[in-house]
Design a protein around this ligand. Structure first.
Ligand code: DC
Length: 211
């Protein structure tokens, strides 16, 4: 079974998707991390971020794996580096290229085809896995999402993070929309475990319908 979870930055996707996967003993695939890997490689290797073909060519020779929450690129642990503000700043620019999206879409589909998977991103329910058994779209008030981002990145100042979040929302809007058959969960006033409970109930309902 494929469970697709989409939504904007700070809506609570990563943590709730990871918890749901653990709870169900499903694999967990973070597609945002893939866009971050391409961005990190491009910044490191000084690739032109406006050249989609160059970005694809630059990342093809590299091996990357995501296991147990750690991201390795050619054996180097880049988990923390992927969350740097310079990656936050440029990732939407990289993700806007059709060539980059095509490359990563194939990898994402292969990851989803491995069996029971919780896969999270922006366009999973609409483009990557339109046949997913369960589609969830998480939202939260902008103020609350900015507050969560500040909590995750305590060294940055909150006004800058709020501006950055707003800019990224606009840049990501093109690929970030709910599938018509997705269930929307507003996480603004929910605790994490309540979000996961709602997700489990949706999965249970779908599983019962299939029996
Ligand atoms: O979820 P995140 O913040 O780690 O995602 C990083 C960026 O990658 C985000 O700004 C938009 C982009 N992204 C995308 O375009 N499509 C996806 N399926 C996942 C992420």
């Amino acid at each position: 079974m494929v469970i697709a979870i989409d939504g904007p930055a700070g809506a609570g996707k990563s943590t709730s998707a990871r918890m749901l996967a653990e709870r169900l003993s499903f694999a967990y695939v973070d597609t945002g991390a893939m866009y971050r890997i391409v961005t990190w490689l491009a910044l490191r290797d000084r690739i032109d971020l406006d050249d989609g073909l160059a970005l694809v060519a630059a990342c093809k020779p590299h091996e990357w794996t995501v296991e147990h929450g750690r991201v390795l690129v050619d054996g180097e642990d880049v988990t923390v580096a992927l969350r740097q503000s310079r990656v936050d700043r440029d990732v939407s620019r990289v993700a806007a290229h059709a060539e980059v999206r095509e490359l990563l879409r194939e990898r994402q589909r292969r990851a989803a085809a491995t069996g029971n998977v919780v896969i999270e991103g922006r366009d999973i329910g609409t483009v990557v896995c339109p046949d997913a058994a369960v589609k969830i779209y998480l939202i939260a008030d902008e103020e609350e999402r900015a507050r969560r981002r500040t909590a995750e990145r305590p060294v940055s100042d909150s006004a800058t993070l709020a501006t950055e979040l707003r800019r990224r929302d606009q840049a990501d809007a093109e690929q970030s929309r709910p599938a018509p058959d997705a269930t929307t969960i507003d996480t603004t006033v929910l605790e994490l475990n309540e979000v996961v409970e709602q997700m489990v109930r949706l999965v249970d309902a779908v599983s019962a319908g299939r029996e």
